[in-house]
Design a protein around this ligand. Structure first.
Ligand code: TYD
Ligand code: MG
Length: 472
């Protein structure tokens, strides 16, 4: 690939960690995206033309004969090739396999198992052609020893490169012409023409743009690993997420709970799709029935424990939510959430206090998703509300009950999408009863095998729970 020569113009520029915007001087607030305390200083060597901007280089749009535009019908004939990764769950999250010429960013905390995952994927992807595994963090001996543990076969065509230079990667690509390139991690790679350190905003932008160009022009699939910061953002600016085709988050901790791979952005499939994996001594194992895993240690007959049916992507997932409501010693009671959005919990508490009404104004409310799970969809509202109500009235809900529904500010319970697949998953796991939005019942979305009660307002919940306690 011919590269334009660099004209080195040294200077200091301030970059926003959030949006990647540039500023000539420091200020507390980013002039572009208005985020606070996100500007970082960087020495840059500007390219003569274009001033080091990556935008124009990150895409490869096809131009028709004589510079005209390509006919859509013509372009539609180029169907993208998908490579199976050997892990059915990961293929599903990707939208049916890894698309040739696509760039996938996998973000996760240290120790989550990203290197393990890409090593396993590499060996499977090698059945389609050569895989180049680039590590800026580990030596080839370290990668090889992990591969040995993971039972990689001797003849898998995987090439290892321990380097932090993009030019070395490009050279290796020219030499071995791999079908898939794995970069572990994007933060350890640098472009030598730029002065700033690896992992800085300028480097990340340039490194990613060069890899994207390579992927698009030469039709190679690129898997990029990205470290995330404590608050769950992929370290580096948002531009990184804009440049790539697919962003996967890899959640899970070192304590050994389930790992969840979720598509946050996908140009070739649905977002919200998730796969559950388990870390074992021989690497990551797919969990085909994650609901059972999340419900394994569920206590029976305990007030505050409720099973909710979430379905962020196409896959339904049954999760246990627990609430504990206790009298407060504070002037303003506490709302503490684990695995759910704290703002959502505050709103639900306010709605329940005002509309149910439940005596929550003098009580602390603690809500946690069990088993390290997390939910981020409105359909979880009713399950959370029921667990709070159950804890307030000190009545355990039936063990075979599943709950879902969105709660509005007026206390109304709204219909949710994919009600049938949520209920079908519940039936499969032996649940016999369901508490769901009335509108979903009226639309005829209840499959056989489950008795669903439709509710329309939060004030019906506490009454329903008390009736259950009396055995009615
Ligand atoms: P790793 O993939 O290196 O995490 P990351 O690249 O996200 O930082 O590995 C995570 C942890 O998993 C590590 O502490 C060791 C453990 N592990 C296993 O339990 N089994 C295995 O087969 C492997 C390879 C690692
Ligand atoms: Mg690693």
């Amino acid at each position: 690939m011919a590269r334009r020569p660099f004209v080195i113009v040294k200077g200091t520029v301030w970059f926003c960690n959030e949006c990647g915007g540039e500023a000539a001087k420091w200020s507390g607030q980013c002039p572009h995206c208005k985020a606070w305390n996100t500007l970082v200083e960087e020495k840059v060597a500007h390219r003569g033309s274009g001033g080091g901007r990556t935008k124009s280089r990150g895409t490869s749009l096809r131009v028709g004969e004589g510079g005209g535009a390509v006919a859509l019908t013509e372009a539609m004939k180029d169907e993208s090739v998908r490579l199976t990764t050997g892990m059915g769950e990961i293929d599903r999250v990707l939208g049916g396999g890894l698309v040739e010429g696509s760039v996938v960013l996998i973000g996760g905390e240290p120790g989550a198992g990203k290197s393990t995952l890409v090593t396993q994927l590499s060996t499977q992807l090698a059945s389609h052609g050569t895989v180049l595994y680039v590590s800026g963090e580990e030596s080839t001996a370290q990668i090889a020893s992990r591969a040995r543990r993971l039972g990689v076969s001797d003849d898998a065509p995987v090439r290892l490169l321990a380097s932090g230079e993009v030019s070395a990667v490009e050279q290796a690509v020219r030499m071995h012409s791999p079908r898939v390139v794995v970069i572990d991690s994007v933060q350890t790679l640098r472009v030598d023409e730029l002065e700033s350190a690896a992992g800085s905003v300028t480097q990340l932008r340039e490194v990613t743009a060069r890899l994207v160009t390579m992927a698009k022009q030469e039709k190679r699939a690129v898997l990029l690993i990205g470290h995330v910061t404590k608050d769950g953002m992929i370290a580096g600016p948002k531009v990184l997420e804009h440049l790539v085709d697919v962003v996967l988050s890899f959640d899970g901790d070192r304590s050994g709970g389930p790992r969840v791979v979720r598509a946050l952005k996908n140009r070739f499939g649905a977002t919200g799709e998730l796969a559950v994996l388990e870390m074992t001594r021989d690497g990551l194992r797919e969990v085909p029935d994650p609901s059972a895993l999340f419900l394994a240690e569920r206590p029976k007959d305990v007030p505050g424990s409720v099973v909710l049916a979430s379905a962020d992507g196409a896959r339904p997932l049954l999760l246990e939510v627990q609430a504990l409501v206790t009298p407060t010693a504070m002037p303003s009671p506490r709302r503490v959430a684990t695995g759910i959005d704290p703002t959502r919990l505050s709103i639900l508490c306010a709605v329940l206090a005002q509309r149910a009404p439940l005596p929550l104004r003098e009580h602390d409310v603690f809500v946690a998703m069990a088993g390290g799970a997390s939910v981020d969809e409105p359909a979880a509202d009713l399950g959370i509300a029921c667990s709070i109500a159950s804890s307030v009235v000190e009545v355990a809900l039936p063990a075979d009950l599943v709950v879902f529904g969105e709660v509005g500010l007026a206390g109304e319970i709204r219909a949710v999408p994919r009600a049938t697949i949520r209920l079908e998953e519940a039936v499969k796991l032996g649940f016999k009863r369901a508490l769901v939005p009335r509108a979903n019942v009226e639309r005829g979305e209840v499959p056989p095998g489950v008795k669903a009660v439709g509710v329309g307002h939060v004030r019906e919940i506490a009454a329903w729970i008390e009736r259950k306690a009396e055995g009615r």
